[in-house]
Design a protein around this ligand. Structure first.
Ligand SMILES: Cc1cc2nc3c(=O)[nH]c(=O)nc-3n(C[C@H](O)[C@H](O)[C@H](O)COP(=O)(O)OP(=O)(O)OC[C@H]3O[C@@H](n4cnc5c(N)ncnc54)[C@H](O)[C@@H]3O)c2cc1C
Length: 500
């Protein structure tokens, strides 16, 4: 397969050369925006995507890494949501097998009543997954539970229930999806912030103004339709269109801790259905490490680098300690990463934990199409719905969505053995160069956080390899020593914030 890949200079040149309006501009390069661009491009529409930072810099690289129907939504009786998500789970595994795989979970039970209760719940989950099953659920004894999850404390469990879902690498999938969209003709640009909307004399939205954050150059991008896929930031984009618009999302943050694998050997994950504050917590093996998450803390304002509070870290450590043989301490934490949920507002008095996870598409008076909510697992369907709506709003001629059967391309691997930049991660010089040349990595964080997951998995190791990565990138990007030094300094500051 030839490497087409993404190239920022080519995308900028396409923006400059374009003499007629694009069919569509997408604001935001997270899972939602990239899926919309992919859906639109494969239907034959001309599409530009502008991301103010890097692809996946927002929530989409900070998920719990589950491709799931959402067992917890069963409790809310949201059957349609679960069934649709289970179908999407299957499509994602079929179309992106390089990053999605099955994962077995154990629900530890304190007594026989819980085994019965969760056993029934999982049977309903199985039933909803008919035709889309990743494996059937079943009850297990305490001995079997400990065999599956060797780290499980015998003190806490009286057996358990096993069920199946999917697991993936979120940022890796996002980059693969963006590259696939680019292969199909989408023009994607990272570090390009939308700063204003263009309205025609009749008040209809006619495009956007975007600023290249590397050069401060501004671009006027004319388009027949504008999609706002800015996730937790979607209200600030809506204000650019209509300064009187009211907020439609509330933000809540979710924290994950990363621990060394020794705290949780084995390949079966743990799902704690009810913590002391009534939440679901997962303890999950991922890339030879262990993730513990997540929390649900309402926040006033979304930021690109949200920080965990000491209380959230403490809560996750204490909850993990209840279930694990070995108690993790704060010094054992390798990295802490935090994502922000863009939860669509319902009843203003509702707690964020009870708001809907389903997606919403809202069209403003001028024609701005805002899509938000939902989850990673369901972004393909979200994008399909969104582009269907765009076609109607902008009177476009396009085919039906093709993404249900669209293979997501994977990174082209070189066969020969490559020396890794660090003993604990598989990431070679070639990998760094590839990220720059074909995946639009622009700085050290892009490589170490999203093209590879070193920062997310082990912030100290990320700090160690940053100078070498900066040097390799400088060669590819034609940057000088000053750039290298400032990259190392700013990456160090960022990586420190991933340590508790
Ligand atoms: C803690 C947590 C755990 C989760 N776990 C799971 C899970 O296990 N499985 C699952 O299916 N889902 C999960 N989700 C949900 C899923 O991660 C989100 O629904 C999804 O990532 C949202 O993607 P998005 O593209 O809408 O938002 P984002 O990924 O936040 O993308 C929005 C983008 O818009 C950009 N942007 C904003 N303003 C502008 C502008 N003016 N110009 C240009 N760009 C702009 C931002 O920089 C950002 O990159 C989880 C969510 C959280 C918070």
């Amino acid at each position: 397969m030839s490497i087409l890949g993404m190239n920022r200079e080519t995308s900028l040149q396409r923006l400059k050369d374009r003499k007629v309006p694009w069919d569509l501009v997408v604001i935001g390069g997270g899972a939602t925006g990239v899926s919309v661009a992919l859906d639109a491009a494969t239907r034959g529409l001309s599409v530009v995507l502008a991301e103010q930072s890097d692809f996946g810099k927002g929530t989409s690289s900070r998920s719990t890494k589950l491709v799931h129907g959402g067992v917890r939504y069963l409790r809310q009786g949201n059957i349609t949501l679960v069934r649709d998500a289970l179908r999407e789970r299957t499509l994602l595994r079929k179309n992106a097998p390089q990053v999605v795989h099955d994962l077995q979970f154990l629900v530890p039970c304190h007594n026989l009543w819980e085994r019965f209760f969760y056993g029934i719940g999982m049977k309903v989950y199985d039933l909803l997954a008919t035709g889309n099953s990743f494996g059937r659920s079943h009850g297990v004894s305490l001995d079997e539970s400990v065999r599956l999850v060797p780290a499980l404390s015998r003190k806490i469990a009286r057996g358990g229930v096993v069920y199946h879902d999917g697991q993936f690498d979120d940022a890796r999938l996002l980059i693969d999806m963006a590259t696939t969209a680019s292969d199909h003709g989408a023009c994607l640009v990272n570090y390009m912030a939308v700063t204003a909307m263009q309205h025609s004399d009749d008040g209809r939205l006619a495009g956007v103004t975007a600023m290249d954050r590397e050069t401060n150059e501004t671009y006027r991008v004319d388009a027949r339709c504008v999609v706002n896929a800015a996730g937790p930031f979607c209200d600030s984009v809506r204000l650019l269109d209509d300064p009187s618009s009211e907020a439609m999302v509330s933000a809540s943050q979710g924290v994950h801790l990363v621990l060394p694998k020794r705290f949780f050997p084995g390949e079966t994950a743990l799902m704690v259905p009810k913590t002391s504050d009534g939440r679901v917590i997962f303890i999950i093996p991922w890339h030879d490490h262990v993730l513990v998450g997540t929390t649900d803390t309402p926040i006033d304002q979304a930021t690109l680098d949200p920080r965990a509070t000491p209380e959230e870290i403490d809560f996750l450590l204490k909850t993990a300690a209840i279930y694990l043989n070995e108690t993790p301490a704060i010094g054992d934490i390798l990295s802490v990463f935090t994502g922000i949920r863009p939860l669509v507002k319902g009843d203003p008095s509702a707690r964020t934990a009870s708001l809907s996870r389903d997606h919403v598409i809202r069209v403003s008076g001028s024609g701005l199409v805002t899509i938000t909510g939902g989850k990673w697992t369901t972004v393909r369907k979200m994008a399909e719905d969104c582009v269907d709506r765009v076609i109607v709003e902008a009177h476009l001629a396009a085919s039906r969505s093709k993404t249900a059967d669209l293979k997501i391309r994977s990174r082209i691997e070189k066969e020969e053995a490559r020396e890794s930049l660090h003993e604990s991660f598989q990431m070679s010089e070639y990998d760094v160069e590839y990220s720059v040349r074909y995946e639009m990595a622009r700085n050290v964080e892009d490589v170490l956080s999203r093209r590879f997951r070193v920062l997310i998995l082990n912030a100290r190791v990320a700090i160690e390899v940053a100078p070498r990565v900066a040097q390799l990138m400088a060669k590819q990007l034609g940057r000088d020593n000053h750039w290298i030094d400032s990259q190392i300094a700013s990456f160090n500051t960022l990586a420190q914030s991933y340590l508790p």
